[in-house]
Write a protein that binds this ligand. Sequence first.
Ligand SMILES: [Ca+2]
Ligand SMILES: [Ca+2]
Ligand SMILES: [Ca+2]
Length: 279
Amino acid sequence: MYSTLVKTTFATLLFTTSVYGTQYPNCPNSVNLGDGKCHSSLNIAECGYDDGDCCTATCTGPNCGVFWQYDCKNPSINQYAPECETNFLVIGDSYCHASSNNGECGYDGGDCCESTCTGKHCGSWGYHCKDPVAICEEDKNLIGDGKCHTSTNIAQCNYDGGDCCKETCDGPNCGKFWEYDCKNPKINIYAPECTEANFEVIGNGLCDACANSAECGYDGGDCCESTCIGEDCGQWGWHCKDPTDKESYKPTSGPTNSPTYPESPDSPEESQDSNEVPK
Ligand SMILES: [Ca+2]
Ligand SMILES: [Ca+2]
Ligand SMILES: [Ca+2]
């Protein structure tokens, strides 16, 4: 139903385009644009990739793919289809479109954030930045300044650099004028019992001695083979202490070629686990 709606809207757009012919002023020939037949000479960015005729996701009409084979060169489609369902011609056109302002569509190809938009219409429909990477970049001066900012209180910005939680905020302004709003799930789960660890290392895929305790959720699972999540798992060796983890819990296991299992200076009891430290 959704795709039908999109196609109908798109057909209307095509009709409008072919009548007025103003959408692609730099296209050498607008006669055959959007007629449902893929023309290789028009399959270029200046012509909107034959106004969609060369890709299954954007072609409309009974001729699509019948006598003229698809030859999709639209980078947005090749990058985002099929997860992204939208009119692909609006992605990256420098106007911010709500319909494709999501992760599946590359946040409208960057059109909705000031730092990622390129083109002459940037900002003309306003910015509605949802791309977490762009948000963290644009508001980086707010991150870690000791004041809790809602916009950067997301996982990708490390929860405003810790500003929104009592346990991680640093500076004279903490909690004074900007109320705490702790959204860091690790802190909400493990504080205040977990006192030895820097909360950033919990669940980062690397086994950290300072957090490898019951109070800190055994480093969020980082130290056991069966509970660790992430690409870095095992890089600092396995030091499974979680007694409920029957699969991985054993004195020593896993790779032993890394000597970098970090010992926290303020947790001397960890240093006694010398039998677990590789090498
Ligand atoms: Ca757009
Ligand atoms: Ca802040
Ligand atoms: Ca860790």
